[in-house]
Design a protein around this ligand. Structure first.
Ligand code: ZN
Length: 85
């Protein structure tokens, strides 16, 4: 579990990824702003009129995020099962 300082640091990196403060610069949405989990997100797809909205869900705390990604090339929500790894 992250301490409060780590949580705030991760949150700042997400909110101001190009601040140039000399710390680690993150040009990606990978750290959960709510809990600081830093290993990425699960994804879900929500059908909307214009396409599929991609929603990112933190596997640690369950917070969900919409970063404005709308995919118009997915036509249906009937997945075909692939290989298991
Ligand atoms: Zn989280």
């Amino acid at each position: 579990m992250l301490d409060l300082r780590s949580r705030l640091c991760c949150k700042l990196r997400v909110l101001a990824p190009r601040c140039g403060s000399g710390g680690i610069v993150m040009d990606e949405f990978r750290v959960c702003p709510n809990c600081g989990y830093a290993r990425g997100f699960h994804a879900s797809f929500r059908k909307e009129k214009e396409g599929m909205r991609v929603i990112f869900i933190c596997p640690e705390c369950g917070s969900s995020y919409d970063i404005g990604l709308l995919e118009s090339r997915v036509s249906e929500l009937e997945p075909r099962r692939g290989e298991s790894y």
